[in-house]
Design a protein around this ligand. Structure first.
Ligand SMILES: Nc1ncnc2c1ncn2[C@@H]1O[C@H](COP(=O)(O)OP(=O)(O)OP(=O)(O)O)[C@@H](O)[C@H]1O
Ligand SMILES: O=P(O)(O)OC[C@H]1O[C@](O)(CO)[C@@H](O)[C@@H]1O
Ligand SMILES: [Mg+2]
Length: 341
């Protein structure tokens, strides 16, 4: 029996379970594949912590948030990692691995492929910042969750005639802020791709207030006001030495209140945006990506990842896929900016 392994690595993301189910069902029905799931990303591969993934094991999971396999940020390339991965392939009789992860996971997959290990990638991130795919699954859910939360902030803001600031995730890209801000009718959307001064933000806030509105500001976690070199990151570093973003909303709360005289309240939505059930859009996209990943494996297209181009699922080389961070283009920002103030 032909066997494929599956792992989920990096931060979790709504829709990961739908990818797993799509791959297992597609592989079983169309190709007679058997599947092995590795717990907690590359850690499960290196430590051979595996569970069988029969068709019955993925029943009903596409609507569940998180990942049934667990995840970690273990690096398969350190120490004897590559030999460990080869040993895992031998022991489990694997033809290849489907790695569901972000740019870090896919970079590791690319290096493993260069060493002759068969991997197909499935990109995941709520941030929507991977260049080779039009949308990443998880993004729609994060935007939906953020929009629902911001709608709630609006009703309390309006009751108290306050300015409300909602801080959303997105790492170094402003996609979640742009979409949730537009969907919720924000009076200002602040994203890292387009720094603006605090005076400009105040002028949008005052203009909304002067029209009798309770001003609403949506800010992306990596936004830095004009003149500030780096995003606000007072929470120190994560385990990989990267700055932990978050907190710019609270800084804006103080600044906007002092500068405009309007009582202001900030809310940091944080990991709420990453948890919970995926939207129907993300379930469908993730399921299609899982089905396509198995087709790639069956066709021997190792070293590629599946991606959305328009309405089609296509294959892209990992080299191309990892080239560039996809940030919000200026034209998309200017289109939204017409609505500010
Ligand atoms: N450039 C790289 N080359 C090889 N391996 C990498 C690279 N970057 C990260 N990794 C490995 O892949 C793991 C997962 O990467 P990372 O923690 O960035 O998550 P991710 O898959 O990118 O998802 P997220 O969207 O949460 O960042 C890292 O912990 C590290 O072990
Ligand atoms: O879960 P952690 O390690 O706090 O990472 C948070 C980061 O991960 C993401 O949720 C997804 O990449 C970013 O939006 C955010 O900056
Ligand atoms: Mg990453």
């Amino acid at each position: 029996m032909k066997r494929l392994g599956i792992l989920t690595s990096g931060g979790d993301c709504p829709g990961v379970n739908a990818v797993i189910r799509g791959a297992v069902l597609g592989g079983d029905v169309a190709h007679g594949y058997e599947f092995v799931g590795f717990r907690d990303g590359w850690r499960g591969v290196l430590e051979q912590d595996a569970i069988p993934l029969p068709r019955t094991g993925v029943r009903g999971i596409s609507r569940l948030g998180g990942t049934i396999l667990g995840t970690s940020r273990t690096n398969p390339l350190v120490g004897n990692g590559i030999e460990g991965v080869r040993a895992c392939f031998r022991r489990n009789g694997l033809e290849g691995l489907i790695a569901i992860g972000g740019e870090g996971t896919l970079a590791a997959a690319r290096e493993l492929c260069a060493q002759g290990i068969n991997v197909v990638g499935v990109p995941k991130t709520i941030d929507n910042d991977l260049g080779a795919t039009d949308y990443t699954f998880g993004f729609d859910t994060a935007v939906q969750t953020a929009t629902e939360a911001i709608d709630r902030l609006r009703t309390t803001g309006e009751s108290h005639h306050r300015c409300m600031v909602a801080e959303v995730m997105g790492r170094n890209a402003g996609w979640i802020a742009l979409h949730s801000g537009m969907a919720s009718g924000a009076h200002a959307i602040l994203i890292p791709e387009h720094p603006v001064s605090l005076d400009q933000v105040c002028s949008w806030v005052l203009s909304a207030r002067d029209r009798g509105r309770a001003p609403l500001v949506v800010v992306a976690e990596a936004f830095a006001p004009e003149g500030h070199a780096a995003p606000y990151a007072p929470r120190g570093l994560d385990t990989f030495g990267r700055p932990r973003l978050g907190g710019i909303g609270l800084l804006l709360e103080g600044e906007l209140q002092i500068r405009t005289g309007i009582e202001t309240r900030a809310t940091v939505l944080g990991h709420i945006q990453r948890g919970g059930e995926p939207t129907a859009f993300d379930r469908v996209l993730a399921t299609r990506l899982g089905l396509a990943a198995v087709e790639s494996a069956a066709a021997g297209r190792w070293g590629t990842m599946v991606s959305l181009r328009g309405t089609d699922i296509v294959n892209v080389g990992l080299e191309e896929a990892l080239g560039e961070l996809k940030v919000v283009p200026e034209a998309r920002y200017q289109e939204a900016a017409v609505l500010f103030g």
